[in-house]
Ligand binder design. Structure first.
Ligand SMILES: [Zn+2]
Length: 179
């Protein structure tokens, strides 16, 4: 277990080095290291038609929450689920290539190894008629429904306004915390 952790940490450090993320930049965003689970299951296709994965328990909790919302006339869409540290690296590398600075990027994307999406328990949620991953999501019936009901399904919004991790407000990002 310890050897596996050390190996993971080395892999994460190599990805940071490749992106030019310094240790102090990592510390500035107080996000904990997140581990990739041993097992992931298919969560079907996201709203862009890409295959997605979650842990078995998170998938069951998501499916139940989505069905509950649907019964009350609210449509919850899956925008993004599990992402590997390598995927996170590639996402940041693409933004750097487009001219964004690390400072700008790290406010909205966790450094590889620190994204909750690595756990297979985090989801970006959307709803029809709302641009995915936009703050306007907070004004939709879907968000109001989540704010009132997600806790009953053990889902929590991870990055509210002024969160201690210095991550931008993400009303669309929810994480399953098993009871
Ligand atoms: Zn997210």
């Amino acid at each position: 277990m310890k050897a596996k952790r050390n190996e993971y940490q080395r892999e994460i450090e190599a990805l940071h080095e490749a992106l030019g993320i310094s240790a102090s930049q990592r510390r500035q965003f107080a996000l904990p290291l997140q581990f990739v689970p041993d097992e992931l299951v298919s969560a079907g296709l996201d709203c862009f038609g890409r295959p997605q994965r979650l842990t078995k328990a998170a998938l069951a909790a998501w499916t139940a929450m989505q069905a509950d919302a649907a019964r009350q006339g609210v449509e919850l869409l899956l925008v993004s689920a599990f992402r590997s540290p390598r995927y996170q690296h590639d996402l940041i590398a693409r933004k750097l290539a487009r001219g964004q600075t690390l400072e700008q990027i790290l406010k909205v994307n966790a450094a590889p190894g620190h994204s909750e999406h690595h756990t297979g328990r985090a989801l970006d949620i959307g709803t029809p008629g709302c641009e995915p991953l936009s703050e306007e999501f907070e004004h939709t019936p879907a968000f109001h429904w989540l704010a009132a009901n997600a806790k009953n399904h053990s889902w929590q919004m991870s990055y509210p306004r002024n969160n201690p991790w210095k991550i931008s407000y993400e009303p669309w990002h929810w994480c399953y915390h098993p009871p």
